[in-house]
Design a binder for this molecule. Sequence first.
Ligand code: NAI
Length: 452
Amino acid sequence: MVKICCIGAGYVGGPTMAVIALKCPEIQVAVVDIASARINAWNSDHLPIYEPGLDDVVKQCRGKNLHFSTDVEKHVAEADIVFVSVNTPTKTQGLGAGKAADLTYWESAARMIGDVSKSDKIVVEKSTVPVKTAEAIEKILTHNRKGINFTILSNPEFLAEGTAIKDLYNPDRVLIGGRETPEGAKAIQTLRDVYAHWVPIDKILCTNLWSAELSKLAANAFLAQRISSVNAMSALCEATGADVSQVSHAIGTDSRIGPKFLNASVGFGGSCFQKDILNLVYICECNGLPEVATYWKQVIKVNDYQKTRFVNRVVSSMFNTVSGKKIAILGFAFKKDTGDTRETPAIDVCKKFDWDHPAHLQPSSPTSIKTVSVVWDAYEATKDAHGICIMTEWDEFKKLDYQKVYDNMQKPAFVFDGRNIVEVEKLRKIGFIVYSIGKPLDSWLKDMPAVA
Ligand code: NAI
């Protein structure tokens, strides 16, 4: 019987292991973490992360073949397969600061695996790591070799927060990279057998280690690039009277382009896109490819531009100042159906208001910015507000009684839709001045100073 241990009980480790436990009842799965509060939450009725369907999966397996524990060393020592799903943030200081991935957590996990292991193990890179990381991990693991064989696999995770369980049940593909040696092939087969419990075999792609490591960075770079491309178009739409939704639909029907991921917005967020592109840029620079690095860096620059453009549009519409005004921020997470606010565009937008033009901000979901007040109810958030900024595409904000919202706001009442979810004409009829990204401008907005 195979025993699995996953180091890191976060947004990836938790849901991924819960689904493996559900689909492979004969496999014992332990998810371990040094953060005891997180492990306690996984063992409680209030899981540490919100994901539709996750509660159900955990309830079915927890205490049977799925265990959450802080006893990291014990579970690692007992496992045949060790997944490492620790965080890999951008380095904040030292060589490569601001771009390179910080592999401190990974390295300490690898050293611990090397120290406590008494039997052969397959070590799986689940975290997103720079290409060639497996080589460094191999060196760490084999340095203290006590006759134990470690085989490294790269098995990057492609789930998206908000749809994690759905994505894990029906992945577009599972990618497994390994060394092209007999041991590598055997390890790939072992991991393939785990996924084959529920994933069709033709969707399990096997590659060499470096292709698997690079594919994850490449996938995130391509996804983010699509968002920056459509956002760049949205600026041109506003300048010309074209409608970005119509343009997206028109180009998305081309089967070579496809319809997904073409929604203009205030910008992408989340813990991965920016960090992974910066990491890619750094790897290109280190490999003497400055032109390639500059190409990908532009994806982040356009994302920053889009957030600045949004704030400038708000301020210029409201008579060039938001000082002393109340702005309701609807939504704070970086997308709907997740509680994750890491790198959410709402943070940058609020900070820009806060620093450049002190305003009273009232988000209707939690935030870490000190000068804002937080309420749970959208009607309360918008009461007496001068303007509304929609930052997350929660379904709830599509269904609000906007007449009621309008009646309780200061006039003129503004809606700045950073996710293009409201019915613009309906809101304009109520009396709102509406800005929707990449849509033909309200005459009010046209008369205001141009925005950079
Ligand atoms: P997270 O921050 O939610 O979870 C990481 C966990 O690892 C934390 O709970 C931390 O306490 C734990 N940890 C760190 N060092 C440890 C150690 N030495 N021993 C035991 N536990 C340790 O991070 P998240 O979002 O789950 O991401 C993990 C990795 O997966 C990252 O590399 C990320 O880029 C990648 N990824 C994330 C996706 C996402 O949607 N969040 C999607 C696909 C990949």
